[in-house]
Design a protein around this ligand. Structure first.
Ligand code: ADP
Ligand code: AMP
Length: 213
């Protein structure tokens, strides 16, 4: 099963992608996590990506597409995957489609987690991320058991640089201009499914389960 998560930054794509990955036993692939882990490790790719991420801009397609295609070619992706944060532009979606069609394959579902901008602004300020294992929390809605510490790996939780209010507005703007057109792109292919992302995360997941079966 090959799934794409669509939605604004902070809509809950990562939260739901992890739950899908656990239940359906497919890897969760987040290009944002890949970039953040490169930044943490001080790689050349990380330093290049950070220039864009800190401004709330997209990392150029040339860098992003290669990383993603290399990742989905790995062995653990044979039975599918859930992509979180990719594609984010029409050219990225076209490259993915082409790469899949060359191996007679295709994306099964594009799940759009729908959350209005007002809720997004509130959510991002409360998000806390673990840069070690990629887990995400929310200080009010989904708090960790111990404040500031990741339940999964015990490392420190941080407010992402790009979750600061001045960057969030930019990211939303970029989302509407560059990423939202993908909703129409996948709708035209007949694989778009939209779920209400404003409800409790368990209820969002139930809606997704009824789509995936
Ligand atoms: P995305 O991957 O789309 O950027 P996340 O999954 O990181 O979004 O979620 C953004 C923030 O909102 C996080 O702090 C997360 O814990 C919180 N969150 C996710 N789903 C819900 C929900 N259904 N209700 C309230 N908060 C949520
Ligand atoms: P995310 O963790 O998905 O919110 O992504 C954080 C940041 O990483 C984005 O704001 C972009 O700067 C960058 N990024 C992640 N995925 C992509 C992508 N598919 N294309 C371009 N930039 C990306």
């Amino acid at each position: 099963m090959k799934i794409i998560m669509l939605g604004a930054p902070g809509a809950g794509k990562g939260t739901q992608a992890k739950m899908i990955a656990d239940k359906y036993n497919v890897p969760h692939i987040s290009t944002g996590d890949i970039f953040r882990s490169n930044i943490k490790n001080g790689t050349e790719l990380g330093m290049e990506a950070k220039k864009y991420m800190d401004q709330g801009l997209l990392v150029p397609d040339e860098l992003t597409v290669k990383i993603l295609l290399d990742r989905v070619a790995q062995d653990d992706c044979k039975n599918g995957y859930v992509l979180d944060g990719f594609p984010r532009t029409i050219p990225q979606a076209e490259v993915l489609d082409k790469a899949l069609s060359e191996i007679n394959d295709k994306i099964d579902y594009a799940i759009n987690v729908d959350v209005p901008d007002e809720n997004i602004i509130r959510r991002m300020g409360g998000r806390r991320a673990c840069l070690t294992c990629g887990a995400t929390y929310h200080i009010e809605h989904i708090p960790p058991k111990k404040e500031g510490i990741c339940d999964t790996c015990g490392k420190e939780l941080v407010l992402r640089d790009d979750d600061k209010p001045e960057t969030v507005a930019n990211r939303l703007d970029v989302y509407h201009k560059q990423t939202q057109p993908l909703i129409e792109f996948y709708s035209a292919k007949g694989i778009l499914k939209t779920v209400d992302g404003t409800v409790d995360m368990k209820d969002v997941f139930s809606a997704i389960e009824s789509i995936l079966g």
